[in-house]
Design a protein around this ligand. Structure first.
Ligand code: RIB
Length: 319
């Protein structure tokens, strides 16, 4: 049985490392261009597989060489690609600049990702999965439809609202876990989030909008878990940052795998952070996810940086 379904984007990442980001109107020179498999959906699928889950991905790529590249790559990573369609549009592309501090700046050309439709997700057998992973690089009505179908079939929903975008309350309420970073939470709540206490205040606002459980990723500051009558800050690991691209995707993959357990067993509807043993399970999953995110910052490129579970175990034993 496959346990995770990812409905999301696949991108070819065209990456250049440069000393800094160019100013508007300025041209600067960087290093040689590198092409990596990326896209938040595909990254999260690969992250979860490398950590021990069985994963299917639903999405679209073009009938072009980048489409071949991304499909071959997912197959090589043992992600089930039978729900990925070829489209007349070009394969999604991300133009990425990484600066000397490992921070990135990304321009997306969604291409075929923009064609993933509500009827695409209606063809999937949701009931065979335990968990649905969603992000926002495909159209929001498709994300919403996938969340509705998951809920109707008793499948848990983990929504990573990335990149930052306004969302309907209905989608926020359908997610069992919503996992924004500081920028995404700022946009969703209209407040500035830049530390643990502002994250806590903003997470409360998201709970008031109907979110069930919020996990805010705070980069080197760790993560904040927030639910009704529950908040817990989990510190992260300090590492030498080479490239932060896909660190959030590594976090999501790690959290997802620990959430459902490697056996892929379903969660029960009674799971709530008010239950002490469930809260411990979630805290443990977030600690594991922080290690995955930290490790992803230590390597260049999106999918090349996603750790496997032996690397995570070894890293955690050292820290
Ligand atoms: O989250 C990282 C990803 O964002 C990159 O792989 C790029 O494709 C963009 O979608």
């Amino acid at each position: 049985m496959e346990n995770i379904l990812v409905v999301g984007s696949l991108n070819a990442d065209l990456v250049v490392r440069a000393p800094r980001f160019p100013q508007p109107g300025e041209t600067i020179s960087g290093e040689d261009l590198q092409v990596f498999p990326g896209g938040k959906g595909a990254n999260q699928a690969v992250a979860a597989v490398r950590l021990g889950a069985k994963v299917s991905m639903l999405g679209r790529v073009g009938r072009d060489t980048f489409g071949d590249f991304l499909l071959d790559n997912l197959k090589a990573n043992h992600v089930n690609t039978t729900l990925i369609q070829r489209d007349d549009a070009s394969t999604g592309t991300a133009i990425i600049v990484v600066d000397a501090d490992g921070q990135n700046s990304i321009v997306l050309s969604p291409g075929a990702n923009g064609k993933v439709s509500p009827s695409d997700v209606e063809s999937a057998s949701f009931s065979t999965f335990s968990l649905l992973l969603l992000q926002l690089e495909i159209p929001t009505p498709t994300v919403l439809r996938a969340a509705q179908l998951a809920r109707q079939n008793g499948v848990r929903v983990l929504l990573n609202p990335a990149p930052a975008k306004e969302l309907p309350d209905e989608l926020i309420a359908l997610a069992d876990f919503i996992v924004p970073n500081e920028t995404e939470l700022s946009l969703l709540t209209g407040t500035q989030v830049n530390d643990v206490s502002s994250a806590e205040a903003a997470a409360k606002k998201l709970l008031e909008r109907g979110a069930q459980n919020v996990i805010v990723t705070l980069g080197s500051k760790g993560a904040l878990i927030a639910a009704k009558d529950f908040t817990r800050h989990i510190p992260s690991y300090q590492v030498n940052v080479v490239d932060t691209t896909a660190a959030g995707d590594a976090f999501i993959g790690g959290f997802a795998v620990e959430l459902i357990g490697r056996s892929g067993g379903s969660l029960t509807p009674a799971d709530s952070l008010e239950n002490a043993s469930y809260a411990k399970h979630i805290e443990k999953a977030v600690r594991y996810a922080c290690a995955c995110g930290a490790l992803a910052c230590t390597k260049f490129g999106a999918q090349p940086s996603l750790p496997n579970r032996f690397e995570v175990e070894e890293f955690r034993a050292r820290h």
